[in-house]
Design a protein around this ligand. Structure first.
Ligand code: PGA
Length: 251
């Protein structure tokens, strides 16, 4: 069954105390609410273990924002998928456009990280999306197709079923410029067709595809109303409990 998900990507924001405050506020404000989506917070690494304790018994789930492409060993400064899992997270965001742009992550690197994450029972939230030039040149479908084929289509159907996809047009991230519901739907249905060609309709129908890029309480309803938009990956608006809850309530 396809799940609706709203995931907050904190990026490199909030010190430990501020992160704990935000999570405590979310947990208390969501208590007793009937939620029509799964809610995930993707915190910096150092927050994971304490946030895991704070959300226990609540509907919130925990994600990291990245993991190493190596399993363990002499890789100074890296954090492995198994460490993330042991801290209490169940998801990891992979291939975010900021990682691709600033840290040289290629589709090949994302592919390796997907394998490492799945091997350690973490569900990858894999981000794809075109930049403004690519869209203006009309290359966006091909860019997205290659990101998906090259980082995910080596997986078995069983493994693919543990993946969540996020379409994040780079021109909409942190810019205040949101894709219209129509633009999001066009790409999401393209992605679902691509997955159907490879893994069959039933796997494609069960796949959760999130939209990300300047999603906020005021536009979430319009975006989520589209049949192939199954929720959002939220950056800026996930840093304030009321804004994040406003988006969660759009379902
Ligand atoms: P934004 O970021 O909501 O601040 O645009 C989304 C993301 O990068 O995941």
């Amino acid at each position: 069954m396809r799940k609706n998900i709203v995931a907050g990507n904190w990026k490199m924001n909030k010190n430990l105390a501020e992160g704990e405050d935000l999570v405590n506020e979310l947990v208390s404000k969501l208590k007793g609410e009937k939620l029509n989506c799964e809610v995930i917070v993707a915190t910096p690494f150092i927050h994971l273990a304490s946030v895991a304790k704070l959300i226990s018994g609540s509907p919130l789930k925990l994600s990291a924002q990245n993991c190493s492409d190596k399993e363990s060993g002499a890789y100074t400064g890296e954090v492995s998928a198994s460490m993330i899992k042991s801290a209490g997270a169940s998801f990891v965001i992979l291939g975010h456009s900021e990682r691709r742009a600033y840290y040289g992550e290629t589709n090949e690197v994302v592919k390796t990280k997907v394998d490492v994450a799945l091997a350690d029972s973490l569900k990858p939230i894999v981000c794809v999306g075109e930049n403004l030039d690519q869209r203006e040149e009309g290359n966006h479908f091909e860019i997205i197709r290659r990101q998906i084929v090259e980082s995910l289509f080596h997986l078995s159907a069983n493994d693919f079923e543990r993946v969540v996809l996020a379409y994040e047009p780079v021109w909409a991230i942190g810019t205040g410029k949101t894709a219209t519901g129509e633009q999001a739907q066009e790409i999401h249905s393209f992605i679902r067709r691509l997955v159907a060609e490879k893994y069959g309709t039933s796997v494609a129908e069960d796949l959760t595809i999130l939209y990300g890029g300047s999603c906020k309480p005021s536009n979430a309803k319009e975006l989520f109303a589209n049949p192939d938009v199954d929720g959002g990956l939220i950056g800026g608006a996930s840093l304030k409990a009321d804004d994040f809850i406003g988006i969660i309530k759009a379902f």
